[in-house]
Design a protein around this ligand. Structure first.
Ligand code: FES
Length: 141
């Protein structure tokens, strides 16, 4: 299972074994790795956090208690592996068993999720589609 810890008003910390595919369709395998991924939309090292969230007032009012489901849109064939894909101009799409916890102890578990990385979702850490009306990920001022 991929474990994701939410840092309050900061990045997402991924811990597990998974395949990551960037929005240029380049895949990398992370084996038991811990990665800190941006969700404010301002990093210059996409997908990784570069502490840019500290340079402005990134406030993430997280909503792990909402009922959140994604359709099979962007579905990938699954074996036992966990697949993380950066959707161009949009969220991180994750297929495979994942658990998310915040610093307050709230949690969410599931097998498919889209996590906001533009910083504009009203139901962070989940994507609510707000990126469609915003500056593309990685190009925020
Ligand atoms: S990536 Fe932020 S709302 Fe979709």
């Amino acid at each position: 299972m991929l474990k994701i810890k939410i840092i309050k008003d900061g990045p997402l910390c991924f811990d597990g074994t998974f395949t990551y595919r960037d929005d240029g369709e380049v895949s990398s395998k992370f084996d038991g790795a811990s990665l800190t991924l941006c969700r404010c939309g301002n990093t210059s090292r996409t997908p990784f956090c570069d502490q840019s969230h500290n340079s402005f007032s990134f406030i993430a009012d997280d909503h792990l208690n909402v009922e959140y489901k994604v359709s099979n849109q962007n579905a990938v064939s699954l074996d036992d592996s966990i697949f993380v894909k950066a959707i161009k101009g949009g969220p991180l799409y994750i297929a495979g068993p994942v658990s998310i916890v915040d610093e307050g102890g709230a949690s969410w578990e599931g097998n498919r999720v889209k996590l906001c990385r533009c910083g504009y979702s009203q139901i962070k850490p989940f994507c609510d589609g707000a990126h469609k009306n915003m500056v593309p990920v990685g190009e925020n001022p």
